[in-house]
Design a protein around this ligand. Structure first.
Ligand SMILES: N[C@@H](CCC[C@H](N)C(=O)O)C(=O)O
Length: 261
């Protein structure tokens, strides 16, 4: 049976959008279907799937990583999701979107979108090992788990084809790992190895974790905008006086069609 899909990305973190308003088209969305959709040669290709389900008066973003696993939250994904809801479902800005990490508010910011990503949890110190080298890391939850690692140069993390080793007692469900270098005042660049997807061109929740950890290290006043460069573009993150992370960045829909995958 064929069904509609759209394809979109935010800073080249790319997603297959599956409209499923009454939740009847995709059932419980089996992991093998997600993997088939995200496969870059035989499928549509994507770092994850955003299933759009109506819930009450609003919409629920059902996020799946490209390996079929479920995640609580996706920062680039929610901007693409909002773009879809605005352009195809006629939802006005600002809009509220339900996620496994609670309700997020999205607003238009010129051509870009701003997501209120809520309050981060800055947790303890940990360590990750990549290419045989162990680095100190900061554990932050921005709805999903992150380990933020400062490095001297982004090439140090190598090809990132393998998952960085982490402490299973701290991250029993796995972790997203960000490698960060400083570029200037309130300006950093990062690469990411995403849980359930491998190295991607960007990670919105990861950029938020990086901005929070860097801002703490800098002792920067709340409200200072941080520029976070990722391989696929740039995100701007503000950690506000009331402790919320506001993430601004692009979100575009690039294709739509029907698939029987
Ligand atoms: N790309 C995302 C994060 C997607 C989920 C992540 N891989 C996880 O398993 O937690 C983003 O933009 O935040």
């Amino acid at each position: 049976m064929s069904y509609p899909f759209l394809k979109g990305h935010g800073t080249e973190n790319d997603f297959v959008v599956l409209p499923d308003p009454d939740g009847t088209v995709h059932g419980d969305l089996a992991p093998e279907r997600v993997r088939a959709l995200c496969e870059r040669r035989a499928g549509i290709g994507g770092d994850g799937v955003l299933r759009a389900v109506r819930r009450g008066d609003g919409w629920f973003m059902d996020y799946r990583n490209s390996d079929g696993s479920v995640s609580e939250m996706c920062g680039n994904g929610i901007r693409v999701f909002a773009r879809y809801l605005h352009e195809r479902e006629g939802e006005p800005f600002p809009m509220e979107i339900q996620t496994r990490d609670g309700v997020k508010t999205l607003d238009a910011a010129g051509d870009e979108l701003t997501a209120d990503m809520g309050i981060p949890e800055v947790l303890g110190e940990t360590a990750v090992t990549v290419m045989g080298r162990t680095y100190p890391a900061r554990h932050v939850s921005t709805g999903n788990p992150h380990a933020v690692v400062f490095v001297d140069n982004l090439a140090e993390a190598g090809a990132l084809q393998e998952e960085p080793e982490h402490d299973d007692a701290i991250f029993p469900e796995g972790v997203n790992v960000e490698f960060v270098v400083r570029r200037g005042e309130h300006h950093v660049a990062m690469r990411v190895h995403e849980r359930g997807a491998g190295e991607t061109r960007s990670c919105g929740t990861g950029a938020c974790a990086v901005a929070v950890v860097t801002s703490i290290a800098d002792d920067a006043p709340r409200g200072t905008p941080y520029r976070v460069d990722v391989p696929g573009g740039t995100l701007s993150i503000v950690w506000t006086d009331d402790g919320r992370m506001l993430m601004t960045g692009p979100a575009v829909l690039v294709a739509e069609g029907e698939t029987d995958l």
